[in-house]
Design a binder for this molecule. Sequence first.
Ligand SMILES: C[S@@+](CC[C@H](N)C(=O)[O-])C[C@H]1O[C@@H](n2cnc3c(N)ncnc32)[C@H](O)[C@@H]1O
Length: 371
Amino acid sequence: MEKENTDTSYNTPLSRIIFQRIKKNQDFQEGLPFRDFMEMALYDPTYGYYSNPTSRKIGRDGDFFTSVSVGAVFGTILSYWLEELWGSRFDSGKDFVVVEQGAHDGRLARDILEALESRASPLRRVIDYRVLSPAEGFPEIEGIQVVHSVREARAKQGVFFSNELQDAFPVHQICYEKGQWMERGIFAGEKEGELQWRNLALPPKLREFVEEIEAIHQPDQTPEGYTTEVCPDLRDWVSEISSLFEKGTWLMIDYGHESEDFFSPLRSDGSLQFYQDHKVISDPLSQAGEIDITAHVNLTHLMRWAKEAGLELRDFTDQHHFLTRAGKKWLLELEANAGLDSDFAMLTRQFQTLTHPSIMGQKFKVLEFER
Ligand SMILES: C[S@@+](CC[C@H](N)C(=O)[O-])C[C@H]1O[C@@H](n2cnc3c(N)ncnc32)[C@H](O)[C@@H]1O
């Protein structure tokens, strides 16, 4: 009996495809920028981690939790926030367009619509809920329209919303070694299918980020091997998404830091993480397509580029403060029904998980822009 080739057996099909692509492409002779590896690993149309929205479970049975997977309370509070905004900022008689991006399997959209329905909110009759998803295979959900491009999602007025979207954008990893800034890349090794880390020359388009980091800490304060991430894709994205509405509100929730903190010399390993079954994976290259890859969002960049795109920052807070404020009405109703509602304990627990500073309340930041 032939022995199994153990050199390649641990590689996923996508890792092997990436290996072949690097080998065959003249442009990648030195190596493939990590950004491109991350893009393929998450979004390859066939094998990417997110290529099929329903095959990846988020929550207890999946690889990680989000505020949406905690339960329906997140969507319920957002439904109150939307209702308030609709009444105060928009013409409440007309259709009200809500565009959600990064909606995964549509659970949040469903939670929001069900919450409006269950309290017979007049917003339910006029809400036009659009999920912006480039991937095919988004499940059909009543009351939700799937659109595949910003152009298709556009409206005169509306609200944009995303939860944990930007942390899934492909990032460049840069590092400081022996007095030089380099870009981290992936190299195809000698053995069939073997992918290895390798430093590449820093491309000119990443220079501006090095200058920004060096304004925070000079090279002599930068630890040897210091590694961080930068995400030029975020600039292109915010510029495009800002064109959704002539008059609108854009709400983005994700984990991240402002530049001073993000590029602090104390964060010397960066924020890139690889997850599977709620565990951090240390050797991700051989498992492309099977693991989640995520990096914290640079909130200074998000705010700077949103401003460049013509959006005005209206609020910048954490999830604790945002949900406590937006959920005021809901909390009062919950309290009033304390003895009557059989779900009281469960709903209270969900609210605590979402807002407690040591759980999700402080880690998640909320940015609200408008035009
Ligand atoms: C970390 S998951 C969060 C899912 C969901 N919002 C939640 O909170 O449970 C990130 C989601 O963003 C999606 N995504 C990433 N880039 C996207 C893009 N450019 N357009 C639409 N969805 C995108 C991924 O497919 C994935 O479903």
